[in-house]
Design a protein around this ligand. Structure first.
Ligand code: HEC
Ligand code: HEC
Ligand code: HEC
Ligand code: HEC
Length: 183
């Protein structure tokens, strides 16, 4: 009896462990993506992101307006340090510091890796050029046409946002689209 109980426990522990050890990838920061994603030929994804409000999402939390919103919600301390705000205004807000590379900067707000996954293991040229390999190394490919992109946007663009009014996906996507030009 005791052996069985111990075996069951061991299995339970092993599966809990393997869950926790599921492959994780480190964040590298948007300046690393910029190296290859800033040319006109590739579609200037970096510049398009930089001109978007996502690039300001963290800095917004430093404004008096944000502080007022936080106080109204009963948050003690700074909005820019509150989990209740950072979860949507920063990339990797809950990742341990050990997973943030030297170029990662939380002040970059909602950057590429929020939507495409932490880049350390897929950012190398030979992997990036092979879609299947990139995905196996942590690249998240959302799609506008199958609805997965909209679903992902709505994990932040929803009523939990204190300033939320509505989310019109088509209009909002048009503001941040960053396609690779057709050859
Ligand atoms: C060393 C150069 C390089 C770096 C660094 C790099 N990429 Fe790429 N990336 C590429 C190339 C090349 C492609 C293929 C483009 C094409 O198909 O025309 C690509 C494709 C992509 C795609 C489209 C994949 C597909 O199959 O549709 C995404 C998304 C992407 N990169 C995101 C990122 C993100 C996010 C970062 C930073 C974490 C990053 N890349 C860093 C070179 C790079
Ligand atoms: C991690 C959370 C998060 C995700 C995911 C996210 N956003 Fe955002 N988005 C924000 C935040 C925060 C702001 C406000 C930034 C600011 O003004 O400081 C914002 C602002 C915007 C704006 C500017 C709105 C304005 O008032 O000018 C657009 C457009 C936008 N997002 C589109 C999208 C789309 C499209 C998607 C999905 C493909 C998406 N967002 C996914 C957090 C997110
Ligand atoms: C569920 C995700 C989410 C949470 C949590 C969240 N925000 Fe936001 N925030 C957004 C999004 C998305 C936008 C842009 C569109 C909108 O207003 O819904 C935004 C916009 C803002 C803006 C307006 C920026 C502008 O350009 O006018 C301020 C200020 C702001 N948030 C402050 C806060 C503060 C302070 C907190 C914490 C108390 C917080 N947010 C929590 C998602 C969130
Ligand atoms: C708010 C989420 C979001 C952010 C931030 C974001 N992307 Fe994307 N990206 C997407 C979505 C969604 C798609 C898929 C578009 C589609 O289905 O047409 C995409 C597509 C791409 C593609 C492929 C385009 C094509 O035509 O094949 C590349 C390359 C890319 N992103 C790179 C980047 C880089 C580099 C950054 C940062 C500088 C970035 N993205 C920031 C959501 C995002």
């Amino acid at each position: 009896m005791k052996t069985i109980a111990l075996t069951v426990m061991a299995i339970a522990l092993t599966s809990a462990w393997s869950y926790a050890a599921a492959p994780t990838h480190d964040y590298v920061g948007v300046t690393v993506c910029k190296m290859c994603h800033q040319t006109a030929k590739n579609g200037e994804q970096f510049q398009k992101w930089q001109a978007s409000k996502h690039a300001q999402a963290y800095k917004t939390l430093l404004t008096p307006e944000a502080q007022k919103i936080a106080e109204a919600k009963g948050i003690k301390g700074k909005a820019s340090e509150a989990k209740e705000c950072l979860e949507c205004h920063e990339t990797a807000y809950d990742a341990p510091a050990s997973q943030l590379g030297p170029k990662f900067n939380k002040e970059d707000g909602v950057q590429c890796e929020t939507c495409h996954g932490p880049g350390k293991d897929y950012m190398k040229m030979d992997i990036m050029k092979d879609r299947a390999k990139a995905v196996a190394n942590g690249l998240t490919l959302l799609s506008v046409s199958d609805g997965s992109a909209q679903k992902f946007c709505e994990t932040c663009h929803n009523k939990k946002s204190p300033t939320f009014k509505e989310f019109d996906f088509k209009k909002m996507w048009a503001q941040i689209a960053h396609p690779v030009p057709q050859k």
